[in-house]
Design a protein around this ligand. Sequence first.
Ligand code: NAP
Length: 211
Amino acid sequence: MKIAIIGIGNVGSALARGLAKTSHRLVLGVRDPSDAAAKTLAAEVKAELATPAEGAKSAELIILALPWDAAEAAVKALGDLSGKTVIDCINPLAMIGGSLALTLGHTTSAGETIAGWLPGAYVVKTLNQVGAEIMADNAGISPRPVMFMAGDHAEAKAKVATVLADLGFEPLDAGDITKARLLEPYGMVWINQAMFRGKGRNWAFAAVERT
Ligand SMILES: NC(=O)c1ccc[n+]([C@@H]2O[C@H](COP(=O)([O-])OP(=O)(O)OC[C@H]3O[C@@H](n4cnc5c(N)ncnc54)[C@H](OP(=O)(O)O)[C@@H]3O)[C@@H](O)[C@H]2O)c1
């Protein structure tokens, strides 16, 4: 499948490296396709380079790897994504009272807000629950890290599940897009451990069962 990654910071570049090991074709959507670092990454992961709107238009699945404060303008500038599957890995974070915190929560979520900006697209909240390093490579981790997803469209979630599995995750369906209200605070559990509790970044959640 052709996948567009919009934004190639920590998460976008990690997903590009993870997906470069699969059979998916990649296009990197960047503000400046002539940028030297973008060209280097594109060569490394054998991806096309395009503007965000061109990249999104050419792909079947689009991954939004953007900061929350830039997301509204950047997502709306992608154009009409009707019928396409969109992965939203954005945690709606800001510094509030000196602490890193979610800016949305009980009554809506970034996932639902982004779905509202993209009428006709099938938005799936996922890949917000671990650090970028684990997205690039989790081959040495046992048991397989779990990755929840939330969205309203069953076919889109099935498509996303295959991509998550290709990245080494165990995909688990959390339900409709309102469940992004659960997955975004859940991402904060990882962030709190990694950044403020000394656990570091080289770990992920797993779903383990009594057999
Ligand atoms: N970092 C993690 O481990 C992690 C884990 C899970 C989820 N997340 C979430 O993933 C998202 C991305 O995080 P990150 O750490 O990858 O951020 P980052 O390193 O700051 O990268 C953000 C990327 O977005 C691009 N960008 C910014 N404004 C844009 C615009 N208007 N149009 C197009 N591209 C634009 C930036 O491009 P320029 O270089 O052109 O500015 C940059 O490539 C965040 O919402 C974060 O909450 C992060």
